[in-house]
Design a protein around this ligand. Structure first.
Ligand SMILES: [Ca+2]
Ligand SMILES: [Ca+2]
Length: 451
């Protein structure tokens, strides 16, 4: 007799489906509310299908939950999902992911948490939870599977290799209860994934000019926009405006007193600005003048960094070799997006901040303190212009898009690539310009350059 339960578990594990890179547990893509109600049942809430879905969601429906939370201690809604068609095996390193759109009404709650409960074939269960959002935009929750918690009323943590059912527990009140309220939330795309789901909003417009240091009336204005970041704390940076400059009248001057020891660096970080994107075809360019007095101690840690940050403070970095950092001449450096590196996913469509940094050296613990002076100017993020040809009223016109207003371009032409001549100069007043192609030439090639 005792063999039967053992046999049952063995059979269950044999038919379990292993969650692959992305396994959809529930997308709420039911044809009707009746089909939804056959699968999901509430306790005191009203459920329904909604056409509110997250922008990146593949489906057209989500689950709408309307629930009145009276002022009772620990007032909780339980929404029970269907028994899975086959047990699901979830690896401890995988993620339980779901989308949710919250409700500001939850600010009334004295305790507000959405738990995803998971049940195994033996009736043990665990949960992952997070505060219910009080914003109505779609958000993503990612729970690492092995962070599952055992509620007080479960005998044991569930066996992640044999999951058979999921439920939502929606806590709307703690103890004591807050004010009563009516709330509506939306849930969608309950998934098992190998990696967290990270999505970013639509990209903002590019910012062609990052900083040319011409807009600051004086050093005080410069330091109203930039703040110091140094490491270790004994490193000291002084930022000022410097004249002459390779562009305009002013450049950034960084005087850095590097502390003794390894990897000292000094930097200035901008104030957050309106979000801007770093298009994949854009090029960051800047001018850098180094300090030849650093040459004697320069090593692999002697480097200049420019970094950009998204609104969550996640950064991408471009770092140079030592040569421009120890050069007494101005060097123009360029970097494409794929030359920037990062340890995390960064919303490069919505960057809001940048940092200008000089690291003195790698050195050793015995490295002595030393000072250096560095200059930076004309930091730009340029998207190459795009040329096209159009017929307008029987005449051929060259169209130029993606121009930077205020910039002067030379339109170069050749018929056979043996020599290029200047066809015209375009002083861009907007992002677009046109130029009439001369009639009577059988073929010509054009390119637009920024002299
Ligand atoms: Ca859906
Ligand atoms: Ca300048």
């Amino acid at each position: 007799m005792k063999k039967y339960p053992w046999f049952g578990i063995l059979c269950g594990s044999l038919v379990a489906v292993t969650a692959s890179a992305q396994t959809m547990i529930e997308g709420f893509e039911y044809a009707s509310d009746a089909d939804l109600f056959a699968a999901w049942s509430p306790q005191g809430a009203t459920l329904g299908l909604s056409d509110s879905v997250a922008p990146a969601s593949a489906g057209t429906n989500s689950l709408r939950v309307d629930r009145y939370f009276p002022a009772n201690a620990w007032e909780t809604e339980v929404i029970t999902g269907p028994v899975l068609p086959a047990p699901l095996a979830i690896a401890p390193t995988q993620y339980l992911t779901l989308r949710i759109s919250g409700d500001p009404q939850f600010t009334n709650a004295s305790f507000q948490t959405l738990f995803l409960y998971a049940y195994d074939g033996d009736g043990n269960f665990g949960r992952w939870g997070t505060p219910v959002p009080t914003a109505t935009n779609w958000q993503v929750f990612n729970f690492r599977a092995n962070t599952i918690e055992k509620p007080w009323n479960s005998l044991a943590l569930p066996n992640l290799a044999n999951m058979v059912q999921f439920k939502f527990f929606l806590y709307g009140q703690g103890d004591p209860a807050g004010a009563p309220f009516m709330a509506t939330i939306f849930i969608d795309d309950v998934m098992v994934r190998d990696t967290p789901l990270i999505e970013f909003p639509a990209p903002s417009a590019p910012r062609p000019l990052i900083d040319n240091f011409e807009s600051y009336a004086d050093d005080a204005a410069l330091l109203g926009f930039y703040t110091y970041q140094n490491s270790p704390a004994a490193t000291f940076t002084t930022a000022a405006l410097a004249t002459p400059a390779p562009q305009g009248n002013q450049a950034l001057k960084l005087g850095i007193d590097f502390a003794a020891g390894q990897y000292p660096w000094g930097s200035v970080r901008s104030t957050p600005v309106a979000p801007f994107s770093f298009p994949t075809n854009a090029v960051v360019s800047f001018k850098l003048k180094g300090d030849p007095s650093m040459a004697a101690i320069a090593d692999g840690g002697t480097t200049f960094w420019i970094s950009f940050y998204d609104s969550a403070g996640r950064g991408i970095n471009f770092s140079t070799p030592a040569a421009p950092v120890i050069s007494s001449e101005w060097t123009t450096l360029t970097a494409r997006l794929d030359q920037f590196w990062s340890g995390t996913a960064v919303d490069t469509g919505n960057l809001v901040q940048w940092r200008i940094l000089v690291e003195g050296w790698e050195g050793t613990a015995a490295s002595l303190a030393q000072s250096g002076t560095f200059y930076v100017d004309d930091i730009r993020m340029t998207v190459p212009p795009v040329l096209g040809l159009t017929w307008v009223a029987g005449a051929l016109k060259l169209t130029m898009n993606g121009l930077v207003p205020g910039t002067s371009y030379e339109l170069k032409t050749t018929s056979d690539f043996s020599a290029w001549s200047t066809a015209t100069v375009i002083n861009a007043t907007s992002a677009t310009a046109t130029w009439p192609v001369p009639t009577g030439q059988p073929k010509a090639f054009y390119r637009l350059v920024q002299p």
